[in-house]
Design a protein around this ligand. Sequence first.
Ligand code: ZN
Length: 211
Amino acid sequence: MMMLPLIFSVAARVAGTHDGASGAGAGETAHCRFCGGVIGTEPAGLSGDPDEVPSCALCHLVRHLDRPRIDDEALLIWLPEMSQPVLNCLVREMHCRLRALGETLHVEVSPLLDTEDRPVLWHAQQALLGRSEVAATRLGSAGPGDPADALVRLSPSAYGVRWRNLGGVRLLPRGRFFAGESDIYPEIVDGWRKAAASAVPRLSASDRGNG
Ligand SMILES: [Zn+2]
């Protein structure tokens, strides 16, 4: 599967970007073309454009910064040492683990109990969240809605090279994804967990034929 570049975008300019690649066939697991993670259950309304390249919800946010409630769904952080696709894969794993533990997915809410790997997940999320202050200092705001407004107004030529000005700015999902007034993110995370549970198990050392 050829991966595609994941760059901050707005809806009006990602429409019609489907490259003709087919989705997953029966019994196959669809994978995101931008981060490589499983798409899982794609809730209705995640992608309103049938011509758009299918993506997971996290990459969908990056490519639709002009979503109505994007400031509730994500925030900007300064994280030059990690690419956006890698960050999305990391967040997906963290949120799947939090969901399995019965914890909230909201990034700013601390876990209920200090057991199992809750402290690790909490501190990892806080480390990422702390990078929003750097982004706010550099950009004037950590809200994704501001760059979305700027992207909408860019000329086609400037929009085509927008990645040059982004530097180490990344989009950190806040653990919410709205379809209208409903937060459907828990359903999305459950879809990832279901896809992971049904994935073909990896071969053990003995299965690989060590002799
Ligand atoms: Zn993705």
